[in-house]
Design a binder for this molecule. Sequence first.
Ligand SMILES: Nc1nc2c(ncn2[C@@H]2O[C@H](COP(=O)(O)OP(=O)(O)OP(=O)(O)O)[C@@H](O)[C@H]2O)c(=O)[nH]1
Ligand SMILES: [Mg+2]
Length: 197
Amino acid sequence: MENTCENEIRKINIIVIGESNVGKSSLVRRFIEGEFYDDERPTILAETKYKNITHNLEKIELEIFDVSGLHDYRSLVSMIFRNLNGSNENRFGLILVYDVTCIKSFENLTKWYQQLELTDQCNIVKIVIGNKIDLRDNIKISIHRGQEFSKKFNAGFFETSAANDLNVQNAFESLIEMLLNDKEKERKNCFSACKCQ
Ligand SMILES: Nc1nc2c(ncn2[C@@H]2O[C@H](COP(=O)(O)OP(=O)(O)OP(=O)(O)O)[C@@H](O)[C@H]2O)c(=O)[nH]1
Ligand SMILES: [Mg+2]
């Protein structure tokens, strides 16, 4: 007889936000497809991407909301977030992305975060990503500033390059691990810098 439990798939939702051009879609593409496009187009509104993974023999479907960083769509972030928060019994993941070569993208990350209007009731696990570390000669935001920022929001921290495939899998997998393991201390202690820097 067929065991229906075996076919049950747990769902994990992740929302990716930050300024336009920081590389949100490139990070998601790198994680899901293992590819990178030099000419990645700006996202219109938001795109949803899916990936199935197995964790400890459990099937998991990841649903990733890649939200446009164009300011016109900023209110969309709150809308997606409210729906997700209202409909989801499980915790879900938030990835805040800035571009290490762009000061504005780092400074504005607080505004994107505030757009979510998070409350203590929100069941959420956060990580901050400083992307484009392959552009070594143009880095404007030190790893220290990134870490301090993420501590303020009780989020994990990662520096990545979607272009060179540095630390991207690790960042996503660590977030998923935190979501699945439900360990508060992991959220606080998850700081990782790319060794290649
Ligand atoms: N050098 C370098 N370029 C990158 C990296 N990640 C993304 N890019 C480039 O940066 C540009 C913007 O990338 P996107 O992924 O479209 O950025 P986005 O944050 O999704 O932008 P919006 O959709 O407008 O919000 C593209 O030309 C990418 O090829 C990276 O790690 N290194
Ligand atoms: Mg995009």
